[in-house]
Design a protein around this ligand. Structure first.
Ligand code: ZN
Length: 176
């Protein structure tokens, strides 16, 4: 296991559209998946896509390794290989997002409120999941990374861009 260096906005690897993994490539990325999970946890992120660790692969991890299954806010650790998503709702909602590749910045991004994602798990088995709210947002953010898209590309109102300290001071739920 290793904590990997995270690529930052401006590095071309974050702008490449990734190629799907072939079945015979999946055994070769098991160490990378473990390292991505460890890196995400160390940076206290909720998602990490392969281009963020300089790998132009269609692979992302999200959630918390020690998630409480009783708590729906606590996203279980999920590995997605070759994910694709469709919206299940016309509705979009605004929410603040951050990104380990854009440190210490938050901004409001409109996202579909309900999505269905199809992907392969780390063993290469197909699965699908339906998500809403925060998980739907995280899935859209991470899959965007696999298409070379960063959250500012999706923003409609740049006046909501904020540094993290000011975010917690003025815009975070519960801010005074
Ligand atoms: Zn990100």
């Amino acid at each position: 296991m290793a904590i990997l260096k995270v690529s930052r906005m401006g590095h071309p690897v974050l702008r490449q559209k990734t190629k799907p993994l072939a079945p015979d490539q999946i055994p070769g990325v098991q160490q990378l998946i473990d390292d991505m999970v460890e890196t995400m946890a160390d940076y206290e992120g909720v998602g990490l896509a392969a281009p963020q660790v300089f790998q132009p692969l269609r692979l992302t991890v999200l959630g918390y390794p020690d998630a409480d299954p009783e708590n729906p806010e606590d996203l279980p650790l999920t590995v997605l290989i070759n994910p694709e998503w469709v919206s299940l709702s016309e509705e979009k909602e605004l929410g603040y997002e951050g990104c380990l590749s854009i440190p210490d910045i938050r901004g409001q991004v409109p996202r579909s409120t309900r999505v269905e994602v199809r992907a392969l798990d780390r063993e290469g088995k197909p699965f699908s999941l339906r998500a809403e709210g925060f998980l739907a947002r995280v899935l859209q953010h991470e899959i965007d990374h696999l298409d070379g898209i960063l959250f500012p590309d999706r923003m409609e109102d740049f006046s909501t861009l904020t540094f993290l300290e000011e975010y917690y001071r003025y815009w975070h739920k519960g801010a005074s």
